[in-house]
Design a binder for this molecule. Structure first.
Ligand code: SF4
Length: 381
């Protein structure tokens, strides 16, 4: 495991003060959560939103979220559905649920404020080491080094580390290195400078070494071998699932939507066009009919195709085939869903949906007129 010598650490610390920090002061992006002094709540919300998500995607969500929930107390007392609606399209919805859970704990145990104590911060739902270090350093000036994939990439190149960064032992070694490089007098600025360098200059592909403030000390640059770092094992191919979903129309031309229950994991609490995963040997129509029987206890007639959409989640991808359908027998029950509603297309805006379901809504809105039962099932009476 790599461990830089004390003299190497000294020269990197000097480069951080003399080159990295002045570069950051001159080039830091003007982002809405970068106001001074930093409200801890703003740091927290922005850091949670930025997980796995691009800065330009997050900015409008951040503004809307802060306008609706300006304090942890406002977030704590809101209905979960309102929180999910503001998160709609941002993905990784468990972040929103955890954020609200943590806000409720802040109100109950911490007077509605984030505590300036890393141990208490880390005990809140949804706060891992990275978010804890970001809030502690940026909002409270505490010397905790942030470490994520971006910072590890920068450090791997600066110190020419060839250890596999996907291994926990390598991550621990990088954490020790980042801690050793962090000056106690300005931890927030250095943490943010690393993040900014990784986002703007030392990018995964085609890093701009020519304008990098750290190029004089960068070992990968000196070796002319930047592309060799960081080393990580090849990503395994993610599984692909075929999913069927139904736009179920009733005689009033309303559409059935269902709320996902807690057992459905990552999208729990969101609303959807009901359906599920295709099993071996099934047609997509058979899949939709089976899923609706299992989830809501209704027998369906599955009709014409509306749209097929593709979507990538962190650990799998899906193709979602959507068909119009009508109920032949039964009333919707909540066998494998939390709730259901019959809505008109203009009421979709009241419910939070995942990105894939928003694509179905877009396809419905692109129809020449709102769907009517008799257009798709002329014999339905
Ligand atoms: S010199 Fe190049 S590889 Fe080294 S830190 Fe800067 S951008 Fe990254």
């Amino acid at each position: 495991m790599f461990a830089p010598s004390p003299s190497a650490l000294r020269s990197f610390r000097t480069a951080i003060r003399r080159s990295l920090l002045p570069w950051f002061a001159a080039h830091a992006r003007d982002l809405p959560w970068r106001i001074e002094p930093r409200p801890p709540y703003h740091v927290w919300v922005s850091e949670i939103m930025l997980q796995q998500t691009r800065v330009d995607t997050v900015i409008p969500y951040f503004h809307r979220f802060l306008a609706r929930f300006p304090t942890p107390a406002a977030l704590a007392e809101a209905p979960l559905q309102d929180v999910l609606k503001l998160w709609e399209g941002l993905g990784y919805y468990s972040r929103a649920r955890q954020l609200q859970k943590a806000a409720r704990i802040l109100v109950e145990k911490h007077g509605g404020e984030l505590p300036a104590d890393p141990v208490r911060l880390a005990a809140l739902p949804g706060l891992g080491p990275y978010t804890t270090a970001a809030i502690a350093s940026l909002a409270f000036g505490l010397p905790l080094a942030v470490l994520d994939g971006n910072v590890m990439r920068v450090l791997a190149r600066l110190f020419a580390v060839l250890d596999d960064i996907s291994l926990p032992a390598t991550r621990n070694a990088f954490q020790r290195l980042a801690d050793a490089l962090l000056p106690a007098d300005m931890p927030g600025a250095v943490n943010e400078a690393w993040m900014e360098l990784g986002a703007l200059i030392c990018t995964p592909r085609a890093p701009q070494c020519g304008v990098c403030p750290m190029h004089r000390v960068c070992r990968a640059f000196k070796q002319n071998a930047v592309d060799a770092y960081p080393k990580k094992k090849k990503k395994e191919k993610v599984p692909h699932k075929i999913v069927g979903a139904a736009v179920i129309l009733n005689p009033k031309n309303q559409i059935l939507i269902a709320q996902r229950c807690a057992e459905k994991g990552m999208l729990a609490g969101l609303w959807e066009f009901p359906g599920g995963k295709q099993e071996e040997g099934e047609t997509i129509e058979e899949c939709i009919a089976r899923e609706l029987k299992e989830e809501m206890g209704v027998d369906l007639e599955v009709g014409p195709h509306l749209v097929s959409v593709h979507h990538a989640y962190s650990h799998f991808t899906i193709t979602l085939h959507t068909h119009f359908a009508r109920i032949l027998r039964g009333r919707p029950q909540h066998l494998e869903c939390a709730d259901h509603a019959w809505v008109t297309p203009d009421q979709f805006a009241l419910y939070p949906f995942s990105k894939a379901d928003l694509d179905i809504i877009r396809a419905l809105r692109a129809l020449p007129s709102p769907p009517r039962l008799k257009d798709y099932f002329p014999l339905s009476g």
